[in-house]
Ligand binder design. Structure first.
Ligand code: SF4
Ligand code: ZN
Length: 470
């Protein structure tokens, strides 16, 4: 396979390339654009090599502008089945990142791309080129695909219909997976597609735990491992169950130890607090611990503004991602919130005290009906101080728990007990203002997950008077 006819290089070496705001020619999709998607479907009537663009092409876009993006890849091949679509779809991320001068983040309906000024100036000025690159890569990397065609949507009106169609496909995939549970199967699956970004990360995909990117459920992983057992998705025999409540399995531990090159030794599938599943960077949402309440909050990628702990998604994502095992910050799929296994080791769904409003509306049907109105959102309460009163007023079940009573009473036994067991305990997110420093509004110091021991602290006023040049 050659890309010598392309104006820029293409290859795995460019994965991980970052394109900052001031280096970008255009941005496609991303948080500031309402409708975006990427979808793969099997269609025997594919016209091999065909690329179609509905809406402005790259060369018609103004430098610095943002546009919707729909990437619809249709594939054909004798052995293809519908179950493989989601896993093929996840490769769009990888293949776009192979292109020197294109950055691709996220998946499904949160995809976000940038084309660099440098690449545009070299001649990468048409989505025709990207479509052709994708088709060649799909056929070369996944030989089971015999033919492929790509359709792009960059116009706000024209993307509407295919976007709705894509959302229906995602929903149908998610719904199918919801009927199956971990105890119903004897094989789990692993995925290492994100290791180019997070080398110690591997996903363990079970019926109850859809991959944290939200794109690959148990059925999808099974289909992919069957057609390409040596590929990035593979079987994980769960082996002996070491702790049923926590979801600890000897086979899963063995897998993570091997795939993280010894960095991580064990994971609890159903806990965000002890030996949590690692997180790469493309999780749909973050489950975070709120020590002041001994409860949990969930923020999703689309949430604008900050969560109840004062942190926006982006700041928490930095804390959570990169293949780390970070107690108290756990990257999750939205599907997992609806699973009966949801963080059951930490107390399950009844520990959720806060969710972003958009997310809560989305998962309202998946969580117990009598709990929905007891979970606060940014519309109900703005900070941790107000949260306690709100929960008590609305009779959230957490207020009856010993953990809650100890947390609001400020007792320390709980924490010491955890420490005694050698577990990782996240500290609260402390943020405070230093009035008068750094100008009228002061500045904000955020200390995340840290303990500070000091015999004394000296805060000194800086001499800010301009010095005369000698
Ligand atoms: Fe695979 Fe997990 Fe990355 Fe999704 S998040 S692509 S399942 S490694
Ligand atoms: Zn990832």
């Amino acid at each position: 396979m050659s890309f010598s006819d392309m104006p820029v290089d293409v290859g795995p070496v460019y994965e991980g390339e970052r394109i900052r705001g001031n280096q970008m020619y255009v941005e496609l999709g991303g948080p500031k654009i309402d409708k975006k998607f990427e979808l793969v479907r099997v269609n025997p009537k594919v016209e091999d090599g065909k690329v179609t663009i509905h809406g402005p092409d790259l060369k018609d876009m103004e430098q610095g502008s943002r546009h919707p993006i729909g990437i619809f890849v249709e594939v054909a091949g004798k052995e293809l089945e519908e179950d493989l679509e989601a896993v093929f779809e996840r490769r769009i991320h990888e293949f776009c990142n192979f292109v020197n001068g294109i950055m691709h983040l996220n998946q499904r309906y949160t995809n976000w791309m940038r084309v660099s000024i440098q690449a545009f100036e070299k001649g990468l000025n048409s989505l025709q080129q990207l479509g052709t690159i994708l088709i060649r890569l799909f056929k070369a990397e996944l030989p089971i695909i015999e033919k492929a065609q790509v359709t792009f949507y960059t116009d706000a009106k024209e993307i509407e219909e295919p976007h709705a169609m894509a959302m229906n496909v995602y929903n149908a995939r998610d719904e199918r997976a919801r009927g199956l549970h971990d105890e119903d199967v004897d094989m789990y699956y692993g995925c290492v597609l994100c290791q180019s970004f997070a080398p110690t990360h591997a996903c363990c995909i079970t019926p109850d735990r859809t991959s944290l990117c939200g794109s690959i459920n148990w059925f999808d992983a099974r289909a992919a491992a069957k057609v390409d057992p040596k590929g990035p998705l593979f079987e994980v025999p769960p082996g002996e169950c070491l702790n049923e409540e926590a979801g600890e399995f000897a086979g899963v531990n063995e897998m993570i130890k091997k795939r993280s090159l010894g960095e991580i030794e064990r994971i609890y599938l159903y806990s965000g607090m002890e030996f949590p599943h690692t997180s790469c960077g493309c999780f749909e949402a973050i489950d975070f611990y709120i020590p002041e309440i001994n409860g949990h909050g969930i923020i999703d990628r689309n949430h604008e503004g900050t969560a109840i702990n004062g942190l926006p998604f982006s700041a928490m994502a930095n804390q959570t991602g990169g293949g780390k095992q970070m107690a108290g910050f756990n990257g999750i799929s939205i599907q997992y919130i609806g699973s009966p296994k949801y963080q059951q080791y930490d107390g399950g769904i009844e520990t959720i005290v806060w969710m972003g409003k958009g997310l809560k509306d989305r998962v309202a049907d998946l969580i117990p009906a009598d709990l929905v109105d007891k979970i606060a959102t940014e519309e109900d309460v703005q900070d941790i101080n107000g949260l306690q009163a709100w929960l008590e007023e609305n009779k959230h079940p957490i207020i009856e728990t010993d953990g809650y009573k100890a947390a609001i009473g400020g007792e320390e036994e709980e924490e010491e007990e955890y420490e005694g067991e050698g577990a990782m305990v996240p500290m609260g997110t402390q943020s405070f203002m230093i009035p008068g420093a750094g100008g009228a509004g002061g500045f904000k110091v955020i200390l995340k997950n840290c303990k500070i021991h000091a015999e004394s602290v000296i805060i000194k006023k800086l001499d800010t008077k301009p010095r005369r040049k000698k």
